[in-house]
Design a protein around this ligand. Structure first.
Ligand code: GTP
Ligand code: MG
Length: 188
């Protein structure tokens, strides 16, 4: 007869995707969840949702609820509501637009001021990674991509790590999310 049934562990994680308008948040999510990409820009209004189910290991399933927050929302009053009970975040900027890199620190401090880990997990800031997106358009004179400087920036602002990504070329997105999931699961 059958061996003892394996106990399946299932997790539901709320993960935020933040960053200024047009940096590629929706495109990154569409690439990750549906493996599609479009050059047409349709700005997100308010917030959008996507669900990705990951078979992490034979006995672990992760349901990741991705909250795709419109860049414009940084200037609104709703982020506290949107951030509630998130366990992790990705902050995205566009390597061709320095202003969107300047906004990264603002997104991070908004996040840290409104959401933290539960007291049982130390109450610190939720695990967050930085995505330098549109790397397919990157030229040497693009800002903020010296590896040493980027690591220093991550240390100073409390990012676990940064990744250069391209939603267009499907570059590094899966690796970045996997890294973040590893970190979340390590604290579960
Ligand atoms: P908001 O919803 O306004 O906050 O913007 P967003 O961050 O969701 O940006 P979105 O994903 O809608 O992308 C904006 C534009 O950038 C679109 O025209 C995309 O096709 C384009 N784009 C996104 N990612 C990439 C990329 O990696 N490379 C290139 N070349 N274009 C990209
Ligand atoms: Mg969007």
């Amino acid at each position: 007869h059958d061996a003892y049934p394996t106990e399946i562990r299932e997790y539901l994680f709320k993960v935020l995707v933040l960053g200024d308008s047009g940096v590629g948040k929706t495109s990154i999510i569409k690439r990750y969840v549906h493996n599609i990409f479009s050059m047409n820009y349709k700005s997100t209004i308010g917030v959008d949702f996507a669900l990705k189910v990951v078979q992490w290991s034979p006995d672990t399933v992760v349901r990741m609820q991705l909250w795709d927050i419109a860049g414009q929302e940084r200037f609104g009053n709703m982020t506290r509501v949107y951030y509630k009970e998130a366990v992790a975040a990705l902050v995205v900027y566009d390597v061709t637009r320095p202003k969107t890199f300047e906004a990264v620190a603002k997104w991070k401090s908004d996040l840290d001021s409104k959401v933290s880990l539960p007291p049982g997990l130390g109450g610190g800031s939720i695990p967050t990674i930085l995505l330098a997106n549109k790397m397919d358009l990157h030229e040497d004179h693009s800002p903020g991509l010296n590896a040493e400087e980027m690591e220093k920036f991550c240390d100073e602002h409390g990012f676990l790590k940064w990744f250069g990504t391209s939603a267009k070329d499907n570059n590094n997105i899966e690796d970045a999310v996997t890294f973040l999931l590893e970190d979340i699961l390590a604290t579960e």
